[in-house]
Design a protein around this ligand. Structure first.
Ligand SMILES: Cc1ncc(COP(=O)(O)O)c(C=O)c1O
Length: 395
């Protein structure tokens, strides 16, 4: 198990530094190549037989790239795991990792209130290939031992979840999986970031992120990462080489650059989101606020025990249903309307007309998405400015 220490700004700037820096440059340069050349046949033979003096040199871009590798090492260091592997998107990271761990005839346990494409992948796509699943209510770890079957290979949860920010007791989840030696645990910690919570330090096997969000942090690139023990990460990396969802070196460079300010950004976003959540909870036009930093949140005790900050996303229900929420969202001046989070610019979205637009109001109610639900993803604007903007938008 890894140490449960805070990720500091010093870690963000100094950890995982690579030894392969060219031209004495400060950051790892962007090695923009699709393939790598060899001096002669003897060098190729040394490489393929594993006796090449530079074990990390490249062969072909789908199998590795020095810029990407440097960022993978930094991410592993920040997450406190042995290794990490980068992908072209968060969904590429999720799907490739799950495919590396399960096959037809086996079974996955998935906690609900997760990113809907992860749900779709497990229930619809894998279902077509004979992989069974059980869905458990978000955070309900007590139900986990009873849901495990002899053929279960993977337990997957987000923590915090999307959009209600439920947190799962990571230590209990990891222990329940370890009690069955064949079951691996995987946590999508996109909402947490290693600054707020490091699931591997609680015994979780694999930690996945949509790096598109806080890790890249500027609403400008798509990327994903899986962190974990060297053996498991190597299995996932091998499958990445087959499925092909590699991270482009230029994107990796941008992720690596953003990681240097991760603690600065996330700590500011934590503080702003808490201020916003506390203000919204007292506002007469707000029906309910979901933020794990509030004592009113069902996961507050779990979040306090395992997180050092509660994240930059606040979900809340505006009175007056879809119309009330739309009036509020349209009146906000600082927040841009868009379906993401974790960037420096504040974004706001109404799940009813964005992620869940295909559903009727009744169908949304059935999956727990209220018509007046709003998800506010705070950026790095000053808290006082954002609170003032919310106040004027609520009228
Ligand atoms: C928690 C979570 N995991 C995974 C993903 C997928 O990430 P990406 O959009 O980078 O493919 C998302 C996207 O919103 C997400 O919110």
């Amino acid at each position: 198990m890894t140490e449960r220490k805070r990720v500091t700004s010093t870690d963000c700037v100094q950890t995982g530094d690579d030894k392969h820096k060219a031209y004495d440059a400060v950051p790892m340069p962007i090695v923009q190549t699709s393939t790598y050349t060899f001096e002669d046949t003897a060098e190729i033979v040394a490489y393929t037989q594993g006796t090449h003096p530079d074990a990390e040199r490249g062969e072909y871009g789908r199998y590795g790239n020095p810029t990407v590798r440097a960022v993978e090492k930094r991410l592993a260091a920040l997450e406190g795991t042995e290794d990490a592997v980068l992908f072209a998107s968060g969904m590429a990271a999720v799907t490739t990792s799950v495919l590396a761990l399960v096959k037809g005839g086996q079974h996955i346990v998935l906690f609900q209130d997760c990113y809907r494409r992860t749900l779709e992948f497990v229930t619809d796509v894998l279902g077509r290939f004979g992989v069974a699943h059980t869905l458990l209510p978000a955070g309900d770890v007590a139900a986990l031992p009873g849901a495990l079957r002899p053929e279960t290979r993977l337990v997957l949860s987000e923590s915090p979840t999307n959009p209600y920010l439920s947190c799962v007791d990571l230590e209990r989840l990891a222990a329940a999986c370890r009690a069955r030696r064949t079951v691996k645990s995987m946590i999508d910690a996109t909402f947490a970031t290693p600054v707020n919570c490091r699931p591997a330090s609680f015994g979780v096997d694999l930690v996945v992120h949509s790096a598109t969000k806080y890790l890249a942090g500027h609403n400008d690139v798509l990327a994903g990462v899986v962190c974990g023990p060297a053996g498991l990460v190597s299995m996932v990396r091998d499958l990445r080489g087959v499925l092909g969802a590699v991270c482009d070196p230029h994107v990796a460079f941008l992720v690596g650059r953003s990681l240097k300010t991760l603690t600065l950004r996330v700590e500011k976003q934590n503080a702003t989101a808490l201020a916003v959540a506390e203000r919204l909870e007292k506002h007469p036009r707000i029906e309910r606020v979901f933020y794990p930093g509030l004592p009113s949140h069902a996961s507050h005790a779990v979040a306090r025990a395992q997180m050092s900050g509660f994240g930059g996303v606040v979900s809340f229900v505006v009175k007056g249903g879809l119309e009330g929420a739309s009036r509020f969202v349209d009146a906000m001046k600082l927040a841009r309307i868009g379906p993401s989070f974790g960037g420096v610019e504040t974004l706001v979205e109404q799940p009813a007309v964005m992620s869940y637009y295909e559903m009727s109001s009744e169908q949304r109610q059935a999956v727990g998405i209220a018509d007046g639900l709003v998800r506010l993803a705070v950026g790095i604007e000053d808290a006082a400015d954002l609170v003032a903007d919310l106040e004027q938008a609520l009228g």
